[in-house]
Write a protein that binds this ligand. Sequence first.
Ligand SMILES: Nc1ncnc2c1ncn2[C@@H]1O[C@H](COP(=O)(O)OP(=O)(O)O)[C@@H](O)[C@H]1O
Ligand SMILES: N[C@@H](CCC(=O)OP(=O)(O)O)C(=O)O
Length: 375
Amino acid sequence: MRELVTGARRIVVKVGSSSLTTTSGGIDEQRVDTLVDVLGKLATGGREVVLVSSGAIAAGLAPLRLPRRPRDLATQQAAASVGQGLLIGRYAAGLARHGITVGQVLLTVDDVTRRAHYRNAYRTLRKLLDLGALPIVNENDTVATEEIRFGDNDRLASLVAALVDADLLVLLSDVDALYTGNPASPSARRVATVRNGSDLSGISVGSAGKSGVGTGGMVTKVEAARIATGFGIPVVLTAAPLAASALDGDEVGTLFTPAARRPAARLFWLAHATSPRGRLHLDPGAVSAVVDRRKSLLPAGITAVDGSFAAGDPVDLVDAGSGTPVARGLVNYDAVELPTLLGRSTPELAATLGPGYEREVVHRDDLVLLRGVRR
Ligand SMILES: Nc1ncnc2c1ncn2[C@@H]1O[C@H](COP(=O)(O)OP(=O)(O)O)[C@@H](O)[C@H]1O
Ligand SMILES: N[C@@H](CCC(=O)OP(=O)(O)O)C(=O)O
């Protein structure tokens, strides 16, 4: 029995395209209805449920007589526009049979990466849950352009789970668990539990499988699990037909156990939800001050600046020697102000430019170290 699963009150369920649609492109009504019954049972049993559903593009293929997932963005957008409505219609009708109202929430990258939007998205989701509705989230594919596109609902689901402070994230796919290698290979074994990064060593995590409609494969699921568990949220990965069993606490699928301590929501947001608007290159002394001594970043340790950002924007702090990002922080200066300050000491700047220039470039409270920074 998995108590982390059975004890969860607020649950985010993410379902992939391959579990909702037929290979010829179109909604697989039976599979949607099976999922609806699982969600209905959870919600009527007193759980708060948010569904992150892929499948808009795949569901739009057959109605538009498109033989396969299109490569060009405009056709994908058109397919999503057709498919999203059909998908929500099916969910709404199915969940209505359980007495549950659904609310459609379409998000763009900005909605979960810009802090003001992030709060706004949180308020909407929270209000829907308070009103007893079941939010159904997807990326707003019809307006997402290549540059601003998430394209990966696994990561979106992990951010939504953090946003609503979920107790559990369930990732449903066309494979019943994480395997030690390609699940089609006879030597591949199911991984029952992942407690930390070392449980993943030796595992070959591959891209999307045979369905032809999924996007990220196992790579994005493992990454989503890393983000959610890093925020203290356990993750169960399994196949859609096993969802009910997994939610009953049976030992199916793969359980990713959460990190012991939940980081401050603000720093989580900074590390995982923002996209950096520029890069500050740090000399070795500054890297050591920021990473080892957790100090604020001062102009003296910066060798170069890239990007066009404004004060308050997220930027990456990179090791000038290796080019590796070591931390992300909210910068206190506009990009255009920085070049004249670089390499100069704070007292000198204050004496020549005024006391306003005594401020740190990135204050340590607005700074988060990035993964893999181990020294
Ligand atoms: N180590 C692994 N364990 C399990 N599945 C894997 C692994 N490596 C690659 N895969 C593939 O990932 C696929 C699931 O990803 P994807 O098709 O993107 O699904 P979804 O549409 O549910 O997001 C599986 O069908 C499987 O073929
Ligand atoms: N937003 C897209 C799905 C993107 C995506 O991540 O797909 P999947 O790998 O099937 O979860 C859609 O609804 O078609």
